[in-house]
Design a protein around this ligand. Structure first.
Ligand SMILES: Nc1ncnc2c1ncn2[C@@H]1O[C@H](COP(=O)(O)OP(=O)(O)OP(=O)(O)O)[C@@H](O)[C@H]1O
Ligand SMILES: O=C(O)[C@H](O)[C@@H](O)[C@H](O)[C@H](O)CO
Length: 161
């Protein structure tokens, strides 16, 4: 199984994904590590990515997803903001991708982004992240206004159902 922890910047994808991977004894990958340098540069300058920036990155991730699945599964932290992006991520495997959506208010997301230091993503991009987001219909949805312990507990409960 491939678990994709998704949501806008600051929602806790990397933190939750890493913890979840340990609970599930699966390797953890962060989609941020697969961005092209030009994309990181754009975001650092406060310029939102476009479909043209994201699609090749998502296709690269999809190739990796098939390989991770063949090796026994993984947890991936990836924004996966639009349904079309999630379609690309699902395109190389059949029925093995489970999305986990971290949902929260703009105010809390902004607070989380502000409290974080030394990250390329500026808080100014939060608005465009939220306007691009198409909330997933088929996902385990968890409210991020909770302790990490409770968030992981909720996710594991849903996975084990
Ligand atoms: N449940 C939580 N309670 C309190 N703080 C949290 C929680 N989840 C994450 N954080 C903190 O919020 C900040 C954002 O989390 P994180 O970097 O994991 O988000 P992200 O979605 O991966 O962001 P990005 O996509 O921009 O890399 C971090 O400083 C993290 O420690
Ligand atoms: O699709 C996107 O716009 C990107 O993946 C962003 O979401 C950032 O990479 C991530 O949030 C790191 O801060």
């Amino acid at each position: 199984m491939i678990y994709i922890v998704m949501g806008v910047s600051g929602s806790g994808k990397s933190t939750v994904g890493d913890l979840l991977s340990k609970e599930l004894s699966l390797p953890f990958y962060d989609a941020d590590d697969f961005h092209f340098p030009e994309s990181i540069e754009k975001m650092a300058k406060g310029i939102p990515l476009t479909d043209d920036d994201r699609n090749p990155w998502l296709s690269l991730l999809a190739i990796n997803i098939a390989q991770w699945e063949a090796k026994g599964g993984a947890v991936l932290a990836c924004s996966a903001l639009k349904e079309s992006y999630r379609d690309i991520l699902r395109s190389t495997t059949e029925n093995v991708v489970q999305f986990i959506y971290l949902k929260g208010t703009q105010a809390l997301l902004a607070t989380r982004l502000r409290s974080r230091s030394s990250h390329f993503m500026p808080e100014s991009l939060l608005e465009s992240q939220l306007s691009t987001l198409e909330p997933p219909e088929q996902a385990i949805t968890v409210l991020l206004d909770n302790t990490l312990e409770n968030i992981i507990f909720e996710i594991l409960k849903e996975i084990n159902q």
